[in-house]
Design a protein around this ligand. Structure first.
Ligand code: ADP
Length: 428
């Protein structure tokens, strides 16, 4: 471009005085040539026609003495096509468009003007083109800076969240471990005291032994959860695949949660849904653990008197289980976060060792473990909830998709068991 400018000035041509007489035709052809080369479909052509016409008309105003920055709003509009998702290619599209615009101008000038006049007019147009290139390059740099700084702040936010969740986790883990430990220590001291009394009846010591046992059980469960999270995190969770029936698993859990449901005056309704009798290939212990965590949360985050329902359906290749509660619900912003380990663990002070107490906290590992187990089965888990509202209680529905057969297993093994579709008996 600069070479051409030097060349035209070396020709010592007369400077341009006003627009050439045939400017109307030049303008029309310049626009048509550009649109023909760049526009592919009719709809883009119409839009493009407008954009090019606007540029060409503005250059005419500049040739008649207007300032170059008349082009600014047009160039800013063009630059808005620089998409953040594909900045490189949208920027080179824009530069290619400018190239076509320049060539088309030259073609139109040569067609309608004497060579000398065409060169003078082209020389007069050069500052417009230079200005447009410079401004577009500037817009591109600005778009890149915005993209990079957005990306950086996203990474920074993620790091800050990770950092916070790690320190939250340490605080919660310490708190969660300390609560049962204090129980064990307290009951041990009482037991020692009791045993030192000469006439102590052994029956009086039973509650203390129960307390120690409960505390130790709670400690074990927290430590096991921590180990499971670390296995999942390191992709070391090994599954013992065998035929599983969902109705069996839920029958076990229904019995297990009976005391908690009664204590909280809640209703637990487990439906006999399509697919609940079908044979699945899975690790029964791990699947029980995942559904236990979900039911435990449903009970915990539903007020007294609420309802929890387990339902499902058969989908091609999958069985979908839904666990719905009438509880406090989950804010849409938190619906992905709650499945992340060590994240959004809530207020440490609220955490307690009451497993099914209303809103009783835990170490925040139940959902990450359930997710890890379901995903290790080739399935997926997500939650739906209108939002968090402790007064209105919009409830939550957890969806769990489990493949009917694990791909790594012989289809025949599943087929053999598929014909056996037992229904659970109350004594199971
Ligand atoms: P924990 O229950 O130990 O806090 P989880 O990983 O099981 O940890 O759950 C993480 C968080 O997700 C809970 O603290 C709670 O805020 C939210 N949550 C999980 N299940 C439900 C539910 N059914 N209803 C409302 N909130 C829930």
């Amino acid at each position: 471009m600069q070479e051409l400018a030097n060349f035209t000035s070396s020709l010592k041509l007369e400077p341009m005085k006003g627009l050439p007489e045939s400017w109307q035709q030049i303008q029309a052809e310049w626009i048509e040539n550009t649109v023909r080369v760049v526009g592919q479909s009719t709809s883009t052509r119409e839009n493009l026609h407008y954009l090019v016409r606007e540029f060409v008309h503005t250059t005419a105003q500049i040739l008649e003495g207007g300032p170059l920055d008349l082009l600014d709003p047009i160039l800013a509009r063009w630059a808005s096509s620089l998409t953040q998702t594909d900045l490189e290619s949208s920027a080179s599209d824009l530069m290619r468009f400018m190239g076509v615009l320049v060539t088309s101008a030259l073609e139109a000038l040569i067609t309608h003007l004497e060579p000398a006049t065409a060169l003078v007019t082209y020389k007069a147009l050069l500052p417009c083109f230079n200005y447009a290139y410079e401004r577009l390059a500037q817009h591109e740099i600005e778009a890149k800076i915005t993209y990079i700084s957005n990306h950086l702040s996203e990474v920074q936010q993620r790091l800050e969240r990770l950092d916070k969740s790690k320190s939250d986790f340490i605080a919660i883990a310490a708190h969660e471990l300390k609560t049962p430990l204090t129980l064990v220590e307290g009951y041990t001291a009482m037991l020692r005291e009791g045993l030192s009394q000469p006439n102590t009846d052994s029956g009086e010591l039973t509650p203390m032994l129960d307390g120690i046992e409960n505390g130790a059980r709670r400690l074990r469960s927290i430590i096991e959860d921590m180990i499971d999270v670390s296995l999942i995190d390191n992709q070391l969770l090994s599954l013992n695949f065998q035929p599983v029936w969902l109705n069996h698993l839920f029958a076990i859990l229904e019995r297990e949660f009976q005391p908690a449901i009664a204590e909280r005056h809640q209703t637990l309704k487990i439906h006999d849904f399509p697919g609940s009798h079908a044979v699945l290939m899975g690790d029964p212990e791990r699947l029980l653990q995942a559904f236990r965590n979900l039911l435990n949360n449903a009970i915990k985050f539903t007020p007294d008197g609420g309802k929890i329902e387990v339902n499902g359906r058969e989908l091609p290749g999958f069985i979908e289980v839904t666990i719905t509660d009438t509880g406090i619900g989950i804010d849409p912003d938190d619906q992905a976060i709650i499945f992340e380990k060590f994240s959004r663990l809530g207020n440490v002070a609220l955490h307690s060792s009451g497993k099914t107490k209303f809103k009783g906290g835990g170490p925040g590992l139940g959902l990450p473990i359930a997710k890890g187990i379901i995903e290790a089965h080739g399935g997926t888990i997500w939650v739906e909830s209108e939002g968090y509202d402790e007064v209105r209680c919009p409830g939550s529905t957890f969806h769990i998709l489990i493949p009917q057969q694990h791909p790594s297993l012989e289809g025949r093994v599943a087929d053999i068991f598929a014909s056996l579709t037992p229904t659970p008996t109350p004594s199971e």
